[in-house]
Design a protein around this ligand. Structure first.
Ligand code: ADP
Length: 271
């Protein structure tokens, strides 16, 4: 801890006891101020989409932003941003992240594979080791907010990630039918065990707004994010509607052009 420590970790990139357990050291060419993990109980709930739009919101607020794609077996971040360039190492000692069109720094296993359809058939420890290397061996440069797209669930890999990366807080992504407290309860307990604050809950695909009459249709069942957040004392939550444009924009790699103004207050409350 520096002599001048203000105990406000959001303005400091030092890795010290005040920030939690001393974890893996980031690369010497990295200066990362805040790390936010985005987790979900299971795949397909929109965790990568939410990671991306949170990063876009941070970027639009003038912050230097990065995404570490820790979802090694299902990496979707490069595709969402239309990033096709590969990561490379100028001297064999460190890797460079790849910039999105608007300047979000991205590292993902797909930026290292020859073909992005090549499957990653690795065992848990190798996968966790790769995520660690994305932290230790990537020269991220100056980053105000790094969002980590975590693998789904509370298994081996997310556990290792929480133990090795200095995650400042997590955002839980769920959908109405899944948000039956059990999944959130597991995530809350895991976060407590790891001593990591829960910054907020995102209920994705919460409803569909009829374009003709504006009525909100709860396609996956009534929202219960508010009740769940209250039960666990989580102050920040948001409902994101089903938007048919999301899949279309994602397929075209145009996530940065998606309207994200509605996330402004949520982002400010978790930052
Ligand atoms: P996960 O990371 O949890 O596996 P993804 O972010 O890959 O989930 O999203 C799964 C699919 O759902 C993708 O095809 C994505 O485009 C779509 N999707 C996610 N959120 C929404 C939304 N709010 N409206 C419409 N489609 C969505």
């Amino acid at each position: 801890m520096s002599e001048n420590c203000s105990h406000d970790c959001s303005n400091c990139s030092e890795e010290c006891a005040s920030r939690g357990i001393i974890k893996e050291k980031s690369n010497e060419k990295s200066n990362i101020k805040k790390v936010i993990g985005v987790i979900s109980g299971k795949g397909g709930v929109g965790k990568s989409f939410v990671t991306s739009i949170l990063a876009v919101t941070a970027m639009k607020n003038g912050h230097k932003t990065a995404i570490l794609d820790a979802d090694i077996t299902g990496p979707s971040i490069p595709k969402l941003f239309g990033v096709t360039e590969k990561s490379y190492s100028p001297d064999g000692k460190f890797l460079l992240p790849v910039n999105s069109k608007e300047g979000i720094k991205v590292m993902s296993v797909n930026l290292l594979l020859e073909n992005d359809t090549d499957p990653v058939v690795w065992r848990g420890p190798i996968i966790a080791g790769t995520v660690k290397q994305f932290w230790t061996d990537v020269a991220w440069g100056d980053v105000d907010y790094m969002f980590v797209d975590m693998p789904p669930g509370t298994g081996d890999v997310p556990l290792t990630v929480f133990q090795s990366l200095p995650v400042d807080g997590i955002v839980i992504v769920s959908t109405p039918q899944e948000l039956v407290t059990m999944i959130v309860e597991k995530a809350v307990k895991m976060a407590e065990m790891m001593n990591i604050p829960i910054l907020g809950i995102v209920e994705n695909m919460s409803y569909y707004k009829c374009p003709k009459c504006g009525e909100k249709l709860y396609v996956f069942g009534k929202s219960n994010v508010e009740k769940t957040a209250e039960k666990y004392g989580i102050k920040n939550f948001i409902q994101i509607p089903i938007d048919p444009k999301v899949a279309e924009y994602a397929d075209k790699g145009l996530t940065e052009t998606i309207e994200t103004d509605y996330l402004q207050d949520f982002f400010k409350s978790i930052k």
